[in-house]
Design a protein around this ligand. Structure first.
Ligand SMILES: C[S@@+](CC[C@H](N)C(=O)[O-])C[C@H]1O[C@@H](n2cnc3c(N)ncnc32)[C@H](O)[C@@H]1O
Length: 270
């Protein structure tokens, strides 16, 4: 299992989440344990309203959810009687999303996906950042019908980013526009939702500090007293993983810096 996938599964299990994407909130609203799931639902509603608009609510239109996670968007679209399929590289996620949605789910990376049919719309819900940008357009041209549509809801790296937020992920925004020029697709809708996403970073910090770092510090003190030698060996062996977790609690990893480095957009291509 890749470390990014481990991170997603860890957060999903810890917070008992259905969705694996950020939550959409009003500008300036703070997210907490009480309103986070609601904000995630708002994100899905927003994304799905644009999907429906792009296919003009045609229930026969064939849709593919790339990087479907635990199948939360698949489930909503299937319940609305849309002709939807999912794709995800993780076996555990593929099995789970199939079970919760009743939709056909392929277990593969998008770059390697050998589609058995052509789709009217392909969408990425916070999963575009994981796919290779060149391969993505080649694949999209192969698997979409002639007048097919693409919906991407994800964050990108601002071209003037200084890496302040210390949060990884996202393709360079300018690179995306450059690559897009070499395709047959044009931007139909582009909405900047960065201001409605940034509280997620502060909330995630709270989760990591309160639910991971604080108990880990307590355990650390206890083990240092009880088993100093074997515990030091354990810490040395897992040095890299432990450093990664410590990095996630860095004070510069906050919503304000995220907004300086990243831009979160909903993009519809036709
Ligand atoms: C942040 S999660 C989003 C999950 C889901 N779309 C949602 O909105 O809840 C990113 C998803 O992308 C998937 N993913 C990562 N690399 C991928 C790839 N190369 N091809 C397809 N999916 C990928 C992950 O397994 C994960 O399910």
């Amino acid at each position: 299992m890749e470390s990014k996938e481990f991170g997603l599964l860890f957060v999903q299990k810890m917070l008992n989440l259905e969705h694996l994407h950020y939550g959409l909130h009003s500008k300036g609203e703070k997210l907490n344990f009480d309103n986070f799931k609601n904000a995630q639902q708002k994100y899905s509603n927003f994304l799905i309203s644009h999907i429906e608009k792009a296919i003009k609510k045609n229930k026969k239109a064939s849709i593919l959810d790339v990087g479907c996670g635990f199948g939360s968007n698949l489930k909503i679209l299937k319940n609305k009687n849309y002709n939807i399929q999912g794709l995800v590289p993780s076996k555990a996620m593929a099995q789970h999303s199939k079970k919760v949605s009743g939709a056909k789910v392929y277990c593969d990376m998008f770059e390697n996906f050998d589609a058995r049919k052509k789709y009217d719309l392909v969408f990425f819900s916070e999963s575009y950042q994981y796919v290779d940008i060149d391969q993505s357009f080649k694949q999209l041209e192969k698997i979409l019908k002639k007048d097919g549509k693409i919906v991407i809801c994800d964050f990108f790296v601002r071209d003037n980013s200084k890496g302040l937020s210390k949060i990884g992920g996202g393709h360079k925004m300018g690179l995306f526009y450059e690559k897009l020029k070499n395709t047959n697709y044009k931007i139909h809708t582009e909405i900047d939702i960065t201001e409605n996403i940034i509280s997620n970073i502060d909330f995630m910090n709270e989760v990591i500090n309160d639910r991971v770092i604080s108990p880990a510090k307590l355990l650390d003190e206890y083990m240092m007293k009880k088993q100093p030698l074997s515990y030091k060996i354990f810490k040395f062996a897992f040095k890299n993983r432990l450093n990664k977790i410590a990095h996630k609690s860095d004070k510069d990893r906050n919503g304000k810096n995220f907004g300086k480095d990243k831009v979160y957009k909903l993009i519809v291509l036709k």
